[in-house]
Design a protein around this ligand. Structure first.
Ligand code: AQP
Length: 337
């Protein structure tokens, strides 16, 4: 197969390791919705990735449904996109093992997310956390996905996916796996922590004040933006004027992504404005965009059986795509079935 012969297909996922943040929404979910309808789209709740760090079992089930509810509430439609949770399709783990045997330890050692997450504790973290990018490659390549919308922090893992596909194709003298493209676009592909503009906003960050959760109420959102770290300068009249001001740049980018405009346009509108004017406007905008999604998530979470039904149906459809690809992989490798 030449690369152009792969059917365009989008795959991406979010791990249910806590409540969804504004980073997940702007860097992933909002863009997932934007790609729906243009081509085949598959969006997964990657629960097997969540357990690379300890998760309370009850909270994991709850968070899995909540990520699914976030997908649905933001506009993903199960009749247009395949929505499922990863552990329901065992082929992810099976292909993940094969890729563990393709990926090199030296490649894994270069993964910056592992270094950030393990920190000085690398000896004590799970083997799964170290091998996680290889399972992520399996998630993507199991469906011969051609495009993966992700935030900036996942770029290195999609590049690793390409390295794994290339090495597999080379070692087995085949062209079976595509060279998947990361799709990283828009003004908010790396939403930063509200208290420290050098760190990304994360679900599992230490303080709740450093992130906006998708289910935060209006008052809390206003309070978090009000207390967000900035500097004493007003907003400049060009984007260049935000160089060296990461916290200010972050708030401008968030505003741009929430209002579907560019950061340049936001600067033009707010040139010379102080934080006393900009922060309340940003909070109002965030509440305006997030409240309807959050209300819909609450409604959906009242009927967990319906969420489970949607995920099971999506898994059934995902399995139909995955099974022939996994079977052919086994055949290429020489494993008897
Ligand atoms: N701050 C962010 N800005 C832009 N995009 C982000 N994403 C996550 N945080 C930001 C994107 O959301 C998708 C799903 O990510 P994930 O939850 O599977 O993994 P993660 O990147 O490790 O997310 P967290 O919030 O940091 O989780 P924890 O704290 O549990 O490790 C990806 O496309 C990601 O880029």
């Amino acid at each position: 197969m030449t690369q152009s012969q792969f059917t365009p297909r989008v795959f991406s996922g979010i791990k249910p390791s806590g409540g969804l943040t504004l980073g997940n929404y702007l860097g992933a979910i909002k863009r997932f919705v934007g790609m729906q309808g243009a081509m085949e789209t598959m969006y997964c709740v990657v629960d097997l990735h969540a357990i690379t760090v300890w998760q309370d079992p009850k909270e994991l089930s709850h968070a899995t449904r909540e990520v699914a509810a976030g997908y649905l509430a933001a506009g993903l439609d199960p009749s247009q996109s395949i929505l499922f949770n990863q552990s329901r399709v065992s082929a992810h783990a099976e292909l993940g093992w094969i890729f563990n045997c393709v990926a090199r330890v030296g490649w894994m050692n270069r993964m910056t997310q592992f270094k950030d997450k393990a920190g000085s504790n690398a000896e004590k973290v799970s083997l799964g956390l170290y091998a996680y990018p290889s399972l992520m490659a399996a998630d993507i390549l199991l469906y011969h996905a051609t495009q993966v919308p992700v935030g900036e922090d996942q770029k290195q893992h999609v590049e690793l996916t390409r390295d794994i596909a290339a090495k597999f194709n080379h070692d087995y003298k085949t062209d079976f796996f595509p060279m998947t493209e990361p799709v990283i676009d828009g003004p908010a592909t790396r939403v930063m922590n509200l208290r420290d503009g050098s760190k990304k906003m994360s679900k599992s960050g230490e303080s709740d004040m450093e992130r906006i959760n998708m289910r935060d109420g209006a008052d809390l959102i206003a309070k978090k933006f009000k207390k967000a770290k900035t500097d004493p300068e007003p907003l400049p009249d060009t984007l260049d004027g935000l160089k060296g001001r990461p916290e200010a740049r972050n708030l401008v980018d968030i505003y741009a992504a929430l209002s579907d405009t560019t950061s340049e346009a936001v600067i033009t509108e707010y040139a010379g404005a102080g934080w006393g004017r900009f922060k309340p406007a940003l909070a109002d905008l965030a509440v305006d965009r997030l409240a309807p999604i959050s209300d819909e998530m609450t409604r959906l979470m009242d009927d967990p059986a319906e969420i489970d039904r949607i995920l099971a149906d999506g898994a059934e459809r995902a399995r139909k795509i995955a099974e022939p690809i996994l079977s052919r992989t086994y055949e290429i490798v020489g494993l008897l079935r």
